[in-house]
Design a protein around this ligand. Sequence first.
Ligand SMILES: [Zn+2]
Length: 281
Amino acid sequence: MVKEQKQQWNGFSLRPRKEMPEGLWTRCPGCEHMLYKKAVEKNLNVCPQCNHHFRIKAADRIRYLVDEGSFQEILTDLATNDPLGFKFRQTTYKQRLKADEKKSGSKEAMRIGKAFIKGRGTVLAVMEPNFLMGSMGAVVGEKFCAAVDKAMSKALPLVAVCCSGGARMHEGVVSLAQMAKTSAALAKLDEAGGLFISVLTDPTTGGVTASFAMLGDVNIAEPGALIGFAGPRTIAETIKVELPEGFQTAEFLLEHGFIDMIIHRRDMRSEIARIIDYCQK
Ligand SMILES: [Zn+2]
């Protein structure tokens, strides 16, 4: 008797999930090659075969970007107070926060602090994709604005590394308000003559794209990053046209003038240092 494989809804399609082997090996989502994890990690989490830039946690991002041991983090204990008492299906927002804190080692989806990049003093704001998909709630907004304030008061360039699923639905309108709040803070930085470099990584979407992520004096993306507001399917269904190939990729955005450059992860440090020097008065 043939056992029928039961198809289960996995959130995206009815196709069975491809099993990922745990441990030493990982499959590249770009070229489907099986890769030795340690070799990928040594290559800054970029596929040595096809250059696919893997999504990385904030701690790795900081390690790749700053001079060793120079990151001085602030506001590490800032945490949300669940303004709506939100619950989705059987999980409360508070339970989700606790689980993601354990997963990411961070109390929120953004880490901020001072650091040196190739000897240049900077204020850094790095998003954590392992914490509610780097979504922006009140704390992310508050931390970003604190980073802007710090950059202004110390006359340092601000570097943000964005990686986000957008505004955080668990905080409803409170999270949407962060779009205006972060944009207003950047307007003040701009008036004060400050420099803001925004690094867009895969994925940068929703309310984060529609606010601070795209407001850099220089907007840099990593190769292949998905950058957009609404998802392609939503757009296609709303405007009833077929979307062009490569829509919402970093390369498409560069070609259409939405970003300034695409930089490989291994060159990001040097490029940011170069921009800081170039923009210094
Ligand atoms: Zn690959």
